[in-house]
Design a protein around this ligand. Structure first.
Ligand code: PRX
Length: 651
């Protein structure tokens, strides 16, 4: 699994940025002393700490024990009964927030909607009843394959309300990927739309969903939102229009009393095998984790207009567009489209239009903005911004500095937040009023989180040493298992380093204890902040009848962080053929989705392998990234394979 590679120490970054006095003064956490005190309490007296957090919420039934831990299984707020949809919505209706904007939505074509807490609550109740009217019940899995519209948020909250675990599938995924997910969780229903807008084009979501559902025995119902107005075919008995069901739905839908450990959602993410993993999150602990991180990491206040640019198809959209902000009674902005549609100034138009105060995006977007030029942000009024965040991949110091200067006007703290689909909530992060930041590091652990950088044997490495990033104690928002595959859950996360959760990331800790993430140590590629397993793309390639063997590696990419280089052996004697290359790239897009399209493809007669038959991806990585020298080749079975690949590279 994990190889013993050591991590080279990155370029030393010496710049330090302290929060301004003005920012600290108004922040929830105002100093490092306060951070340390609260951190210490969260570690030494976790029950007391998390009880205080959980007491912010409505519980139908109070829990007994705060944590029951039997490695690797955690139960938080044992025996308690609550409902996250209730806590996101109903809880605010008896306060002045009743008429506060919960979601401000901007459509790609320029349409917009604002839903107050009261309005959102009404829509969620109606849609929960609509789902019930077609037979969806507590425990049924519901796939959400929708564009980023308010109805997608309504659907998630409605599922949570009735206790039907949702599984949001990113609308950029293909019909095949959707089918895999439907089959894996044996979903009963798919919620989709006639289409979604993407850079002015229409993505045929309903058509994809129809294709995915062919032969999917578990699917009984499909609910279709009218978004783009394109023609679709509706299957009688199975398909219903969203608006038809909503027309007669009652607004009265009390939230279901759910066990604290009731599954809230399953979200698929890539691992080291070809099969995506259904990461399962539950209710009470996830609620506390997303609430608290949203509050402190984003220094969220009632007056703020907060915008997380993620897609709800990813965990960031779940935790930081929907659940975390709404639990805080915040105003969350949601944008449907691409950052460069109709032009590369679109994000900054939105910041100006809504006077965004807090802006959370990904390094890949920041690098794209850098490339598109300063004129776009400089031409807009960004003075409302007071805090910036990033997530998804390491941010290079150059991009950090650009974000700081051009977007933040040198006045906004930047929170570089490290976490994962599996962790549910932010784990390592600065607190903006307290933590001095350094470009390129996510800095220090959040409350309740005990990360460590260790050797394969679990021994902590000293300052400046590189190693494996692990978490030593359970935390409330952690995944509970992999849906339907608890053995894989144990193996994947709890077997590499004894007694610890292994993140799959390599890291280094500097003399101040700051954690510098150094990327994945397994065969996972991070493309534009989205994880893809090399095996997944390889499986897609070898599913093509003409392909004999394939190996994929991640190589550095200026904007995307990493991109895919694929090495392919064909069954016939095909080499270096542009048409074939195009055909195979399209094949991968059809199998998985556009994010998996390989940027580079090389045809080869053989792949470099060890004597035991394992493909030596490390060598392929060196070759694909154009390194003059490849690493250690002593375990290579046939050196001539490498020589011919290198030669081919030089051609
Ligand atoms: O490698 C780390 C990287 O993204 C992985 C998690 O990906 P995913 O589950 O898709 O979730 C992304 C959004 C939470 C991590 O294992 N990663 C995430 N945030 C950072 C990061 N790498 C460096 N710095 C970050 N801030």
């Amino acid at each position: 699994m994990v190889d013993d590679k050591q991590f080279d120490t990155l370029l030393q970054e010496k710049r330090v940025f302290r929060p301004s006095r003005d920012f600290s003064k108004q922040a929830h956490i105002t100093s490092m002393a306060q951070y340390r005190e609260m951190y210490e309490e969260s570690i030494k007296r976790p029950s007391r700490f998390w009880t205080k957090v959980a007491n912010n919420f409505h519980w139908f039934k109070k829990w007994g024990k705060v944590l029951e831990w039997s490695e690797p299984h955690a139960k938080w707020f044992v025996g308690g009964e609550t409902n996250i949809s209730y806590n996101c919505l109903d809880r605010h209706l008896t306060t002045w927030r009743k008429n506060k904007a919960a979601i401000i939505w901007e459509g790609e074509p320029g349409d917009s909607r604002i839903l107050t807490y009261q309005e959102l609550h009404r829509e969620v109740c109606k849609f929960a009843n609509a789902m019930r009217s077609v037979g969806i019940r507590k425990g049924d899995r519901v796939i959400i394959y929708m564009p980023q519209t308010p109805e997608a948020a309504i659907a998630m909250l409605a599922c949570a309300r009735i206790g039907a675990p949702h599984s949001v599938v990113f609308a950029g995924f293909s019909a095949n990927s959707l089918r895999d997910r439907i089959d894996d969780c044996r979903a009963k229903a798919v919620l989709t739309a006639d289409g979604g807008f993407r850079r002015g084009n229409i993505v045929p979501l309903k058509k994809n969903a129809d294709e995915a559902c062919k032969g999917a025995k578990s699917i009984k119902k499909m609910i279709v939102l009218r978004r783009t107005g394109n023609k679709v075919t509706m299957k009688r008995g199975r398909d219903h229009w969203y608006h038809d069901l909503m027309e007669n739905a009652s607004t009265d839908c009390p939230a279901a009393r759910l066990d604290s450990e009731h599954p809230l959602y399953i979200l698929y993410t890539s691992g080291t095998t070809g099969k995506p993993k259904g990461i399962m999150h539950t209710t009470g602990g996830y609620m506390c984790g997303t609430y608290l991180t949203s509050k402190y990491v984003f220094d969220l206040k009632d007056e703020d207009t907060y915008w997380c640019t993620a897609d709800i198809g990813w965990v960031t959209g779940h935790s930081y567009i929907i659940y975390g902000p709404l639990l805080n009674g915040a105003t969350s902005v949601m944008y449907e489209g691409a950052p460069n549609h109709p032009d590369p100034g679109r994000f900054w138009d939105i910041v100006e239009k809504y006077n965004i105060n807090i802006f959370y995006t990904a390094p890949t977007a920041i690098r794209a903005f850098m490339k598109w030029g300063d004129d776009h942000p400089n031409g807009r009024d960004l003075s409302s911004l007071r805090l910036l965040g990033t997530v998804g991949e390491p941010i290079n110091p150059e991009a950090w500095m650009w974000y700081h200067k051009v977007i933040g006007g040198e006045r906004c703290p930047i929170v570089d937040t490290w976490w994962q689909t599996e962790t549910g909530a932010i784990m390592i992060t600065p607190l903006p009023g307290a933590t001095p930041t350094k470009p390129g590091t996510a800095t220090l652990p959040f409350f309740g989180i005990v990360p460590d950088v260790v050797t394969k044997d679990g021994v902590s490495v000293g300052p400046e040493g590189g190693g494996l990033l692990v978490v030593r104690k359970p935390w409330p928002s952690m995944l509970r298992t992999i849906w339907g595959d608890d053995a894989r859950y144990k193996k994947q996360y709890w077997s590499d380093v004894q007694g610890c959760y292994f993140t799959g990331d390599g890291a280094r800790r500097d003399k101040d204890g700051y954690v510098w993430i150094m990327g994945r140590v397994d065969d996972v590629i991070n493309i534009s902040g989205h994880r893809l397993g090399t095996m997944e793309v390889e499986s897609a390639l070898v599913a093509n009848p003409d392909v004999a063997e394939a190996a994929c590696v991640g190589i550095p990419h200026e904007i995307k962080g990493e991109c895919i280089a694929a090495f392919v052996t064909m069954k016939g004697a095909n080499r270096k053929n542009d048409k074939l290359e195009k055909k195979l790239k399209e094949w991968v897009v059809k199998e998985i989705g556009a994010i998996a399209r390989p940027d580079y493809m090389r045809f080869t007669d053989a792949l470099p392998k060890t004597r035991s038959g394992k493909i030596m991806r490390r060598l392929l990585r060196d070759i694909a990234s154009g390194a003059d020298q490849v690493g250690d080749t002593t375990t290579l079975e046939d050196i001539s394979v490498l020589q011919s690949l290198q030669q081919y590279q030089d051609e």
